[in-house]
Design a protein around this ligand. Structure first.
Ligand SMILES: NC(=O)c1ccc[n+]([C@@H]2O[C@H](COP(=O)([O-])OP(=O)(O)OC[C@H]3O[C@@H](n4cnc5c(N)ncnc54)[C@H](OP(=O)(O)O)[C@@H]3O)[C@@H](O)[C@H]2O)c1
Length: 264
């Protein structure tokens, strides 16, 4: 059983916790890395682009925590297995896993090629990548017997059909991730592992730069907050979900989209 907090002192503190963040080298993943490092956690970034990872590690230096990067393609189980083993050896165990790596696709199903390459790329990265990471990390959390926390970055697109751009593989992968989150919360509770999701709306990153200009004004008008989100705001929510303050929170999907979905 995970003990409740008795005071707000240290309720959001992650000091000494070891975190893996997939896609932590840029965008929302880096916002989560920055927020968690500022809250005292040691950071392991999993991604493919080594130059971008080196840049991220440099930017995390001021926070004085241990930060390392690992080459990992989340679509490949052997790659995930090797990277998780290396991070566990370096850090002595993992307390928090953030499944953030993701790709999108704005193509209608009937415009895809004969092999459905785009469909498989998104499903293999967003959904199967999350499953691969959860399998490898949760096993180690279970065996270490200290509990743990998993945060899955999904999307508000997992709850609705986006206006203006067809994105069925992305929305379907995110909807499946939402339910995988609930299933894992039930399966892993016996090991004191909490599992929650974050469903961001439009947030500033390289991924959101591909939105056609004609859709931009529609999006900001529809969003009650009147703007895109920032990666550090998603990071703040991830810190809360991973913190002692959230000991009673599991199996939830927290929407952070400035109110966009309310008017869809
Ligand atoms: N931006 C938004 O508006 C928005 C809204 C809702 C949800 N999200 C979700 O937030 C997450 C991050 O998105 P973002 O906007 O920050 O996107 P981004 O800037 O394009 O970054 C994507 C990240 O995923 C990593 N990645 C992609 N494929 C990978 C693979 N096969 N193996 C390992 N890492 C991989 C990339 O690292 P490498 O290329 O170095 O591997 C990169 O760090 C995604 O899951 C996305 O669906 C974003």
């Amino acid at each position: 059983m995970i003990k409740p907090i008795t005071t707000m002192k240290g309720a959001f503190d992650l000091t000494g916790k070891n975190v893996i963040i997939t896609g932590g080298n840029r965008g929302l993943g880096f916002g989560i890395a920055e927020a968690m490092a500022q809250s005292g956690a040691n950071i392991a970034i999993f991604c493919r682009d080594a130059a971008k990872a080196a840049e991220a590690l440099e930017n995390l230096k001021p926070y004085g925590v241990t930060c390392k990067s690992y080459s990992c393609d989340v679509t490949s189980l052997p790659s995930v297995r090797a990277a998780v083993a290396a991070a566990c050896a370096d850090f002595g165990g993992i307390d928090i896993l953030v499944n953030n790596a993701g790709v999108s696709c704005t193509k209608a199903l009937l415009d895809m090629d004969e092999d459905l390459t785009d469909w498989y790329k998104v499903i293999n990265t967003d959904l199967n990548g999350c499953v691969h990471m959860t399998y490898e990390v949760a096993k180690r959390m279970r065996d270490a017997g200290k509990g743990g926390c998993i945060v899955n970055v999904t999307s508000n697109a997992g709850f609705m059909v986006n206006h203006g751009q067809p994105m069925s593989p992305y929305s379907s992968a995110k909807a499946a991730m939402n339910h995988f989150t609930r299933c894992m919360a039930c399966e892993l509770a016996q090991y004191d592992i909490r599992v929650n999701g974050i469903a961001p709306g439009f947030t500033n990153s390289e991924l959101s730069q591909h939105i056609p200009p004609e859709n931009m004004s529609y999006i900001t008008t529809q969003t009650l907050a009147g703007r895109f989100g920032e990666p550090i705001e998603v990071g703040a929510l991830a810190v809360y979900l991973a913190s002692p303050a959230a000991a009673q929170v599991t199996g939830t999907i927290q929407v952070i989209d400035g109110g966009y979905m309310l008017r869809c």
